[in-house]
Design a protein around this ligand. Structure first.
Ligand code: SF4
Length: 292
């Protein structure tokens, strides 16, 4: 998501597809840091020519080559990793490579500021069209659908089903992380195609402004951007005095990472109606469960 957002580099998939990407036989190097790394990657990489490269001193993996990342020498280290991958390319020769020919168009990489410009135009940047859409009843609200893939759930099902249901009911959706890629694969980030899933109000606004009905705001560590958007909507006026007054909700239908718990807490603390698709693994502790 980061390189898609900042450099427009197409993405191969989300969390549950990392082993599948490797099993295409086309991966010369897979680079990992500290989180969302499947434990069998090193073992799997041995079946192909792929080099698994770890980068954090906090997380090293069996059968991985370690090239430690240092922010002060970021560019040099990145080049070293790319050269390692290029030098490994000849080892792909003669091996079976299967890259599925399935693609999907998407518009990605909105920020709190660019949403602002899209909504009101470069010369009149404003959240007014969004607020007025809600005030006049064309939009019923906005929802952030975020978070992980969860192996307990059919791949992407929770994200895509919830997104389609909200769009059909005239709720604008913003998204980050693995949800964003799940929705992208389902065509929901394509400004043309996705409108067929939307109610009339969302269709009208997205057509007028030229945006997809699902706005990609980055990776799962970019969720605070959504709170900035909500603050801007409050400042625009007409919908209430605080985030808690807005017809807005947040959901993580398939969360699984610990990080998602802390994100869920700050979203709740910000006053947003919050839905977690999976229960927290604390239900054995009745007092804590009640408190939460
Ligand atoms: S959304 Fe969840 S699974 Fe996906 S990268 Fe973020 S923490 Fe990992």
């Amino acid at each position: 998501n980061e390189i898609l957002m900042r450099h427009g580099i197409p993405i191969a998939g989300n969390f549950l597809q990392q082993e599948l990407a490797l099993s295409t036989g086309a991966v010369d190097a897979m680079i990992v840091d500290v989180q969302c790394v499947m434990p069998a990657l090193g073992e799997l990489a041995k079946c192909f020519h792929t080099k698994l490269i770890s980068t954090s001193p906090k997380a090293k993996f069996p059968f991985a080559e370690h090239i430690e990342f240092d922010e002060a020498k970021a560019l040099d280290i990145a080049k070293q990793i790319i050269i390692t991958a290029i030098e490994n390319f000849p080892n792909r020769k003669g091996k079976q490579v299967v890259i599925p020919d399935i693609r999907e168009n998407m518009v990605a990489g909105f920020t709190a500021e660019s949403v602002f410009e899209f909504l009101g135009g470069r010369y009149r940047p404003s959240y007014r069209p969004l607020n007025e859409g809600i005030i006049t009843g064309r939009l019923r609200g906005a929802a952030a659908i975020v978070g992980c893939n969860n192996p307990k759930i059919k791949h992407d099902y929770g994200h895509v089903a919830m997104t389609k249901e909200l769009l059909a009911n005239d709720v604008l959706v913003v998204t980050t992380g693995c949800t964003a890629i799940a929705d992208a694969k389902a065509g929901l980030l394509d400004p043309g195609e996705a409108l067929k899933y939307c109610g009339k109000g969302v269709q009208e606004i997205c057509r007028a402004v030229g945006i997809p009905p699902v706005l990609h705001l980055g990776s799962c560590v970019d969720i605070s951007r959504i709170l900035v958007v909500l603050c801007n909507v409050v400042s625009q006026g007409g919908l209430g005095a605080s985030i808690a007054d807005l017809p807005a909700a947040g959901a993580a239908p398939e969360w699984m990472s610990e990080k998602a718990v802390s994100i869920g807490f700050y979203v709740v603390a910000s006053g947003v109606y919050t839905v977690l698709g999976q229960p927290l693994p604390v239900e054995g502790a009745k007092g804590l469960t009640k408190f939460l």
